[in-house]
Design a protein around this ligand. Sequence first.
Ligand SMILES: CC(C)(COP(=O)(O)OP(=O)(O)OC[C@H]1O[C@@H](n2cnc3c(N)ncnc32)[C@H](O)[C@@H]1OP(=O)(O)O)[C@@H](O)C(=O)NCCC(=O)NCCS
Length: 130
Amino acid sequence: MSTSNVVQRDPAIRVMLLPKDTNGYGTIFGGAILSHLDLAGAIEAGKHGACRMVTVAMNRVAFIAPVFVGDVVSFYAETTRVGNTSVTVFIEVEAGRADGSDMIKVAEAEVVYVAVDEGGKPISIGGVKV
Ligand SMILES: CC(C)(COP(=O)(O)OP(=O)(O)OC[C@H]1O[C@@H](n2cnc3c(N)ncnc32)[C@H](O)[C@@H]1OP(=O)(O)O)[C@@H](O)C(=O)NCCC(=O)NCCS
């Protein structure tokens, strides 16, 4: 029996992008990717226990290759830092083309989320007021 050294990653989310997500050139609008990026990062940040997390910063956003209608796009999220009230998540975005060719990396970003109370004030990740 053969074994593989390839590590399988589970995406936080995977979506197919549609004509409603296109820009004036017919490729996918960067804002549509950003929206899903933010959602994927929030799912990852939410694993740290705080019930209410808001986005405070999107850093180092890079759009590396175009995304086309019909691409299946995967958003892989990994926590890179847990602070007092904030969680930093690195997200890589890969597109699977409709023609079945290899997945290619199309975008990446670092997104920072802050745990907040009902009043929108930062609280510690464990849920304690700071
Ligand atoms: C998030 C928010 C509550 C933070 O308030 P604040 O007064 O700046 O809070 P603080 O200065 O105490 O910082 C809180 C944490 O965020 C981090 N932070 C603040 N601004 C940051 C920035 N621009 N980049 C990275 N981290 C940042 C701080 O380092 C701190 O982290 P730590 O506690 O882990 O050390 C406030 O900015 C806010 O409500 N923003 C709007 C959020 C929102 O509505 N997002 C949705 C998109 S519109």
